[in-house]
Design a protein around this ligand. Structure first.
Ligand SMILES: [Zn+2]
Length: 143
């Protein structure tokens, strides 16, 4: 447990949460500031600040449970015409609690939520630029 981490406090039973799911690796509870009703967070039970600190087995489990919760949202009476899975890694990406977490956000037409694209988004890059980026990533992956 990381002192000062609100998610660690929730997992230790020292802070209130509306729990949805818990197993040996991950837990899921309602976001206290939901984008829409039914907004759930899935977190690793062991503190991991970001993706780099998260072991891949737990990462797989987070996605697996997020997928099951998304299906549960669709089956429930919560309004949901679509669902976003969203994970913010780092402050620049919008991470606000530094205990990595996956958002599961029910969506519906005109709910007011969305991603905001930058000013250059409409300008498609040249293939050479995409190939360059792909090469940089392949070098890091060792593929
Ligand atoms: Zn934590």
């Amino acid at each position: 447990m990381e002192s000062g981490c609100i998610f660690c406090k929730i997992l230790a039973g020292q802070a209130e949460a509306s729990m949805v799911y818990r197993d040996a690796q991950v837990s899921a509870f309602m976001d206290i500031q939901p984008v829409n009703p039914g907004h759930v967070l899935v977190v690793p039970n062991t503190h991991a600040e970001d993706l780099a600190a998260l072991d891949t087995a737990t990462g797989r489990r987070i996605f697996e449970i997020a997928q099951q919760i998304a299906a549960a949202i669709y089956r429930s009476d919560l309004r949901s015409e679509g669902i976003n899975l969203f994970l913010a890694d780092g402050e620049a990406a919008g991470q606000d609690v530094f205990h990595i977490h996956m958002h599961i956000v029910p969506r519906f037409d005109e709910d007011g939520f969305g991603l905001k694209f930058g000013p250059d988004y409409a300008n498609l890059p040249a293939r050479a630029e995409l190939d360059l980026a792909a090469g940089l990533l392949r070098a890091q992956l060792g593929t």
